[in-house]
Design a protein around this ligand. Sequence first.
Ligand SMILES: [Zn+2]
Length: 128
Amino acid sequence: MESRFNWYSQLMVVFGIFVLVYSAYMVLSALISLQGGHSEEAYYSLMLGSIGIALASSSLLLMRRRALQLKPPPEVFTVIKCLKCGFRLVRHFQAGDYVNSEVGQCQQCSGRMLITSIYAESEGRGGT
Ligand SMILES: [Zn+2]
């Protein structure tokens, strides 16, 4: 299933990894230049690189936690019943469905059909 949130979080993860790699590169090059002697610039990029690593990894962790918290929404069904013959129909919930609203004619006797109940069914697998 596609959703806009997944696309956005994937982009954020890619961005976070990019920042992480770039920061690691900065720290590494700073360490290399520090081997040649003390330099303020190297210390500066070392500091900046570590901040970048900390920020990127914390945001990546946050995204991961958020992704884990997101559960697929439960499937919602609408139960429709014919007033005349009692014919019962279950279909997926549609926007605007509410209990006791009329939803057209019965397939069997052309009687009035009412929504009798709306319920959600969670998949309930792998819950920790
Ligand atoms: Zn009917």
